[in-house]
Write a protein that binds this ligand. Structure first.
Ligand SMILES: [Fe+2]
Length: 280
């Protein structure tokens, strides 16, 4: 796992995009450098031409960025967008992103970007094989590890366990994982029979962790956890993070996904996370 061992430690950071007005990541970077040590930017390949001008001041100041693509489909039924890998390579180089993470699923359907409504991968051998091929292709194109992120589930399709799927995906694609705590919580709720999932995930390959605010939603089929990035971090997610953090020997970054949260709430959550999850 040499490539993973060579990755830099980023510390604690926040997520944003060109379309997000708050929190104001620029003022947080200035006021709280110990709490905002990197910024994870959600990027679409069509933004490759506009990012240099929009982030010129931050790039000149040496802000550390992670490029998080949000439209690479890694599903058997999805159609890759033409030119997406070349554009992602350009963005990775511009931002100096040490890796790219993305949830495994279908983000683009018949040319339409699904955004937050993307479809999580089916936990099948067919979907696994396609994801392996696509992850390798993305890594070959960008030259940096593509961290596979566990997606959110309202229901789970396929016979494989989440731990089995991601362990095999990391192993076969020779890469690391981004562990999203809220998404794991949603899986545990959607498939309560898989009680050992946390032990089966490739925890030794987790490079980055996501945590966000969320909400419990009542549906006709029962309660689901919605990792909506907008609410408070629920106690169950905070507890799960505290349990898993000491079991992540290669973790390099903790990102608080906080789009649309006011600055003062983001600072309060970051302070609590900083105390909970020691990183340099
Ligand atoms: Fe995430």
């Amino acid at each position: 796992m040499g490539a993973l061992d060579d990755l830099p430690t980023l510390g604690i950071g926040i997520s944003t995009s060109l379309h997000v007005r708050r929190p104001d990541f620029r003022s947080l970077l200035r006021a709280y450098p110990r709490l905002v040590q990197f910024v994870e930017f959600a990027v679409e390949h069509g933004e490759a031409d506009v990012l240099p001008a929009r982030l010129a001041a931050e790039l000149a100041a040496g802000v550390r960025f992670v490029a998080h693509p949000i439209e690479l489909s890694l599903d058997p039924d999805a159609t890759p967008a033409p030119g997406e890998l070349a554009a992602l390579r350009a963005i990775v180089r511009l931002l100096g992103s040490p890796w790219t993470p993305q949830d495994i699923g279908t983000w683009l359907w018949n040319g339409e970007h699904l955004g937050g409504g993307f479809i999580p991968c089916s936990l099948t051998r067919e979907a696994l094989a396609v994801a392996c091929d696509r992850v390798r292709a993305v890594q070959d194109a960008t030259g940096v590890p593509f961290l596979v992120e566990n997606p959110p589930f309202a229901e789970v399709v396929g016979p494989m366990g989440l731990g089995e799927f991601f362990s095999e995906l990391c192993d076969r694609a020779q890469t690391g994982m981004l562990l999203d705590v809220g998404h794991l919580l949603s899986y545990q709720l959607a498939r309560p029979g898989d009680a050992g999932v946390a032990d089966q995930l490739p925890l030794d390959r987790v490079i980055e962790v996501h945590i966000a605010g969320g909400a419990w939603i009542e549906t006709a089929d029962g309660v689901v956890f919605w990792d909506n990035h907008g609410g408070e971090i629920v106690p169950e997610a905070r507890r799960l993070l505290a349990q898993l953090w000491p079991r992540l020997p290669r973790v390099r970054a903790l990102c608080f996904e906080c789009e649309m949260r006011p600055d003062d709430r983001v600072v309060a959550e970051l302070s609590a996370l900083h105390a909970l999850c020691p990183l340099p």
